[in-house]
Design a protein around this ligand. Structure first.
Ligand code: BG6
Length: 483
């Protein structure tokens, strides 16, 4: 820890997820995953800010070949075939770390298979070897919105306790296989998303449920137990492994100093931090009891679960940070939203082209808040600006808006480090353009590297360097000094 700036071994890099990036959804023995069922919905036809949820009926129709929709998460931006070219570009920027996820259905095509798919395992071997060639540390998410579809259809996803064992089998397989190639692991990406989109977060279909929150929190409980047992397993297989949880952090501010607003913001923050509280402190916080009672949520725990949660807490806390949100206890029409969160407009903040509020200072606040709550190392594993990029006639892409967003956030990270926060690293989201999680658009881009492809999958898939590519290279070279 340093009071001057980032630690010497600060992990600078970028983040991706298999279902948005890898493509090749039906190659190499991969099974279908929940993400492969998510179709592209043009902006005008979208209800709400996202298009993530899929029903049983829709899945049936798709599997019967009756759908004519485009499914962008099936093709991503073709990392599967272009990993060498992509990793070389990341190496050129000086990346120290590269966050990817393993597509569970590439290893266990149905989720509940007993034997893994060797071709899938071999693919990630090649990816990690390529990273090692350039001294890039992989940071691997075990589950990033890509539950094998078989688990959804046959078990209703994580609502079924048996899924814990399938997950552990998967975790053990990849831990043993990549024991000497990967050190940093995350269990569940944005684990709290399960309460907002149970399908995305946990492969759970809720249309027949009387109380969908009941299903969400039960699924979350199974994921907590799985995460703790995965941590146990990791320590047995390689004590050097570092295991983190991952939260979609949205810091909620009270809209005014009306005590009712302050109380509401506290409540929203508790609902969000509940997920890291369990992972880091190893127990269910008492503030959830009343909420569970009021929402008629009854979590079924098995004997021993509480002890498991307590015994195997995470080594570090990772999170995504894109925005802050304000909440009001009063009727307020000025609504804003993020990928899945909602709130009221904060007049001090600008918004992105997708209406996400931009709040760099909120990142400093969030880092301090999380660190004083847990005193565990933090890792920002997602942050960035989704924007439309324009390719000039000469092929250049002047994304100064992205540089501006990232610069301001990194400045605040530096302040937080000076405040005393132990920050391990920073992986900005979608370092190479990929498909959006919430809208399946290709035109919502985050990358330093541009990929020639449109929303419907047309394009050469050629890669080109944006202005931000050269800027980020300098940032890494100077360990965050030259911004
Ligand atoms: C996070 C997810 O919610 O935000 C990523 O972990 C996602 O998968 C990212 O892509 C940005 O959201 P979006 O919807 O703009 O792609």
């Amino acid at each position: 820890m340093s009071t001057n700036g980032f630690r010497k071994d600060f992990l600078w890099g970028g983040a991706t997820a298999a279902n948005q990036y890898e493509g090749a959804y039906n190659e190499g023995g991969k099974g279908l995953s929940t993400a492969d069922m998510v179709k592209f919905v043009p902006k005008e036809e979208r209800t709400g800010g996202h298009a993530l949820d899929v029903t049983k009926e829709e899945i049936k129709e798709i599997l019967e070949g009756k759908s004519t929709a485009t499914f962008p998460k099936r093709f991503g931006t073709d990392f599967y075939h272009r990993y060498k070219e992509d990793i070389a570009l990341l190496a050129e920027m000086g990346f120290k770390v590269f966050r990817i996820s393993i597509n569970w259905a590439r290893i266990f095509p149905n989720g509940d298979d007993t034997e893994p798919n060797e071709e899938g395992l071999a693919f990630y071997d090649k990816v990690f070897d390529e990273c090692m060639k350039f001294g890039i540390e992989p940071l691997v998410t075990l589950s990033h919105y890509e539950t094998p579809l078989g688990l959804t259809l046959n078990y209703n996803g994580w609502t079924d306790r048996r899924v814990i064992d399938f997950f552990l089998n998967y975790a053990e397989t990849v831990f043993k296989r990549y024991k000497d190639k990967v050190k940093y692991w995350l269990t569940f990406n944005e684990i709290n998303i399960v309460t907002m989109s149970p399908y995305t977060g946990a492969g759970v279909l809720t249309e027949d449920a009387e109380n969908s929150l009941q299903l969400s929190y039960q699924a979350a409980h199974h994921q907590f137990v799985a995460s703790a047992l995965t941590t146990k397993l990791a320590r047995e297989i390689n004590p050097k492994f570092q295991i983190g949880c991952m939260l979609a952090r949205s810091t909620f501010y009270p809209e005014t100093n009306n005590p009712e607003d302050v109380l509401l913001a506290q409540h929203e923050n508790q609902l969000n931090l509940f997920f890291t509280d369990v992972h880091a402190r190893g127990e269910y916080p008492s503030y959830m009891n009343r909420y569970f009672e009021e929402k008629d949520i009854h979590i079924q725990k098995e004997r021993g679960d509480d002890e498991i949660l307590k015994a195997y807490t995470v080594d570090f806390i990772s999170f995504s940070y894109y925005m802050s949100l304000s909440v009001s206890s009063q009727e307020n029409e000025a609504k804003v939203s993020g990928n899945l969160f909602g709130g009221v407009k904060n007049e001090y903040l600008e918004t992105s082209d997708w209406g996400w509020q931009i709040d760099p200072v909120g990142l400093r606040y969030t880092l301090n808040d999380l660190y004083s709550r847990y005193q565990k190392p933090l890792f920002i594993v997602e942050n960035g600006l989704g924007a439309y990029d324009k390719v000039e006639e000469d092929g250049s892409i002047h994304d100064d808006y992205r540089i501006d967003y990232l610069r301001k956030h990194i400045e605040q990270m530096k302040e937080a480090v000076k405040d005393g926060v132990d920050l391990l690293g920073y992986t900005s989201w979608g370092c190479i353009d990929l498909v959006s999680a919430s809208t399946s658009e290709m035109s919502k881009r985050y990358g330093f590297v541009y990929v020639d492809q449109d929303d419907f999958g047309n394009g050469s898939l050629d890669r080109s360097r944006k202005d931000s590519f050269y800027w980020y290279k300098k940032v890494i070279e100077s360990n965050g000094e030259d911004l």
